[in-house]
Design a protein around this ligand. Structure first.
Ligand code: F6P
Length: 364
């Protein structure tokens, strides 16, 4: 009898914990279900270009603590809109039939897609075409629908909090305003939670467009009470009321082309101009995606991977592993596709921050 086989790929931006999932899937597939694991390189690119490896126990040994993904990833590849040609001739073609044919030729029972909303959306489309897909939610942004948490977030929150702590001491010593910009795209979870953990005086989120006069007033208030320094934690996706987000580049061939970044410079210049307190900007950028996963992320990633294999074995396809109210569950992928989970403005975390005097750049 032919050996049972599954495929796995990691798509979208990398984050700590991806290797823990690859390890968990491979080990439980081999040990528990006697299955073989095909790992596709560079996310959907490997599926399109037929680049894959059979993953054996020795390939995943020792990777639990490593950041990144041994399989590689891509946040551009999309079987439904694959870029071909050069210059003026450049255009997209649908190569999903070819991907389905490869999946069938390899005799895969299912394809485990580890990624964020972009990966889940493509995974869901492949499921509609006939593949058996199981999703595993990753992202430092924590912006996936239907799951309370994604692995990668805890590590990024730790990195951002440590950075804020370090900036605190230099802010205090130099009597400066330190503006620190964290990632998160259109969701402010990372800024909110690291800002809360690091005691940010002002936290600016995409969900609450700010009024610069309120930000300046918060900094001035502190100065009046002898605190001649402030920490302003800025989510890269925030914008002023009636204004626009700031972006660094447009990645034309990406399904999600806008790469945010740089709003903190605008904010710092305005604060400096109106308060005459020196400001400095730190953009944490991709530092937040690197490094060894925290124990929380290692455990969550391992639980997610084992659950994903359980779902494969029980033929619970076209579902994503999720964490809801303290329990591991599965949810239909279609509920996640094309959506983003943002911070509810009335959530407990915001209420707690307000209670300790944090400003969100608007009267609240
Ligand atoms: O979604 C993860 C994320 O790190 C976002 O927080 C950020 O906006 C984006 O990816 C950056 O993408 P890239 O790695 O393409 O610059």
């Amino acid at each position: 009898m032919a050996k049972r086989r599954i495929g796995i790929l990691t798509g979208g931006g990398d984050c700590p914990g991806l290797n823990a999932v690859i390890r968990g899937v491979t080990k439980s597939a081999i040990n528990k279900y006697g299955m073989e694991v095909v790992g596709f390189h560079d996310g959907f690119e490997g599926l399109i270009e037929e680049r894959f490896t059979i993953l054996r126990s020795e390939n995943v040994s020792g990777i639990l603590i490593q950041g990144g993904t041994i399989l590689g990833t891509s946040n551009k590849a999309n079987p439904f809109a694959h870029w071909v040609g050069e210059g003026e001739e450049r255009h997209t073609v649908d190569v999903s039939d070819k991907c389905l044919a490869l999946y069938e030729d390899l005799g895969l029972e299912a394809l485990i897609c580890v990624g964020g909303d972009g990966t889940m959306t493509i995974g869901g489309q492949l499921a509609e075409k006939g593949m058996n897909v199981v999703g595993v939610p990753k992202t430092i942004d924590k912006d996936l629908m239907e799951t309370d948490i994604t692995f990668g977030f805890d590590t990024a929150r730790m990195t951002a909090t440590e950075a804020i702590d370090r900036l605190h001491t230099t802010a205090q010593s130099h009597h400066r305003v330190m503006v620190v910009e964290v990632m998160g795209r259109n969701a402010g979870w990372l800024a909110l939670e690291s800002g809360l953990a690091g005691g940010g005086d002002v936290i600016l989120l995409p969900e609450i467009p700010y009024d610069i006069h309120e930000v300046i007033a918060a900094v001035r208030r502190r100065s009046r009470f002898g605190k001649r320094f402030s920490i302003v934690v800025v989510s890269e996706g925030t914008r002023p009321q009636g204004g626009e987000q700031v972006y660094q580049r447009i990645v034309e061939d990406s399904p999600d082309p806008v790469r945010l970044g740089g709003i903190s410079h605008v904010i710092a210049n305005q604060i400096e101009e109106h308060t005459e307190i020196e400001c400095r900007v730190t953009i944490l950028g991709h530092l937040q995606r690197g490094g060894t996963p925290t124990p929380f992320d290692r455990i969550l990633a391992t639980q997610f991977s084992v659950k994903a294999m359980e779902m494969v074995n029980e033929k619970k396809f076209n579902q994503m592993v999720a964490y809801q109210g303290g329990k591991l569950v599965s949810v239909p992928i279609e509920k996640v596709m094309g959506k983003q989970r943002t911070v509810p403005v009335d959530c407990d975390l915001i209420q707690a921050a307000l209670a300790v005097g944090t400003s969100f750049g608007v009267p609240m």
